[in-house]
Design a protein around this ligand. Structure first.
Ligand code: DGL
Length: 271
């Protein structure tokens, strides 16, 4: 059975709360779309796990979102986008369109000539996969890509160290790494990082271009929905659904911050 019907929901998933930054950008750009969000908090972080494990988790979540009749599945996690995009696409073939968070950022970089040397920061899994470098160089071979794994940022954010001395010190330590010197733009290649984007901007004295992929991804999603006649045109305000594989206070706080309505959080452990 195919889910290609404009009134059906958009499925979005991440290892935890990071993907909410993408979900919020989608909600702001496409307020008529219903979102079904899955945060795999029981298995967070994905960034330190093997690609095979992340792929297995991603496929279980895909099955869940397909059962919920999602017309499109957005992998709102860089680590899972790098490890599982092809297999998720295969699993959803003929049922739902699949979008990752890496391709839209890659296209953005390719289009901007002033961005010659690009820094990529992300989880160990994302950086080890080399996906950004491979994808950017495939369409824009003249770009120089330098990357650095910044594994402490996700636990730091999940523990609520966001606007304080601890977070500023960790951010400074990572961004001062010699690998990242002389860049024209930075891709914070983890969906948790938009939460600390102001500190990242501040580190660069607001001079370096920081690519907010949540916005770029939401725009790409709109384009794809429109090309496939899947934009929801009904006028009812959608009731979003949020699922987590384990309750965390951070998830609830962040979901309520991004989605003004009361967030009805449901626990769903996927076997
Ligand atoms: N938000 C995920 C990403 O974009 C990573 C968080 C994790 O390590 O689970 O890569």
């Amino acid at each position: 059975m195919s889910n290609f019907n404009s009134s059906l929901p958009i499925g979005i998933f991440d290892s935890g709360a990071g993907g909410l930054t993408v979900a919020a950008a989608v909600k702001n750009l496409l307020p008529d779309e219903k979102i079904i969000y899955f945060g795999d908090t029981a298995h967070l972080p994905y960034g330190d796990k093997s690609a095979e494990t992340v792929e297995n988790y991603s496929l279980r979540i895909t099955d869940f979102l397909l059962e919920k009749n999602c017309k499109i599945i957005l992998i709102a996690c860089n680590t899972a986008s790098a490890a599982a995009f092809e297999s998720v696409k295969k699993r959803a073939e003929g049922k739902a369109i699949v979008l990752n968070v890496i391709d839209p950022a890659t296209e953005y970089i390719a289009k901007h000539e002033n961005l010659k040397k690009i820094g990529v920061i992300g989880t160990k899994g994302t950086i080890k996969s080399n996906t950004y470098t491979t994808k950017i160089n495939a369409i824009a071979p003249d770009k120089e890509i330098v990357s650095l794994a910044t594994p402490m940022l996700v636990p730091m954010i999940e523990e609520g160290f966001i606007y304080d001395n601890i977070s500023n010190a960790i951010i400074k330590e990572y961004l001062s790494d010699e690998t990242l010197q002389g860049i024209d733009g930075l891709i914070p290649a983890c969906t948790h990082y938009p939460i600390i984007k102001n500190q990242i901007r501040k580190f660069y004295n607001f001079k370096t271009n920081i690519i907010d992929s949540s916005v770029v991804v939401a725009q790409k999603l709109k384009e794809i929905l429109s090309e496939n006649n899947l934009l929801n045109t009904s006028e009812t305000s959608p009731k979003h659904e949020f699922y987590v594989s384990d309750y965390t206070d951070f998830f609830k706080t962040l979901a309520e911050m991004f989605f003004d309505d009361e967030v009805n959080l449901q626990k769903m452990y996927l076997q």
